[in-house]
Design a protein around this ligand. Structure first.
Ligand SMILES: [Zn+2]
Length: 108
């Protein structure tokens, strides 16, 4: 078990609540210094936290109106949505239609 850098005391494994935005994860494993209360997460504990956040997070879904620019229909993409597909302004995207859906996909 790693030691607390302040107290040189061995950490013990505890379960804590982990807050991430609106999400609260219960019973998250962490390491805690029994002396000063310092908490930390091992890379493995972080990996589990990330997976749990991903599984409870609502998929990005937002309402947008179709606007016009030069009489052509346009839709503004929220930054979070663009980031979520690892794209940025200037990147190429593919747009295609599936039933009544317009799919925007980052060009591979
Ligand atoms: Zn400590």
């Amino acid at each position: 078990m790693p030691k607390c850098p302040k107290c040189k005391t061995e950490y013990v494994e505890v379960e804590v609540d982990f807050e991430y935005g609106d999400i609260i994860l219960r019973n998250v494993k962490a390491l805690k210094c029994p002396k000063c209360g310092e908490e930390l997460f091992t890379p493995e504990q972080y990996r589990i936290i990330r997976e749990r956040i991903r599984s409870v997070a609502q998929p990005l879904k937002l309402k947008r109106k179709i606007s016009t620019a030069g009489k052509k229909p346009i839709v503004y993409l929220p930054e979070d949505v663009v980031k979520a597909i690892n794209a940025k302004v200037g990147d190429e995207i593919d747009i295609y239609v599936e039933g009544n859906k317009i799919i925007i996909e980052k060009t591979a």
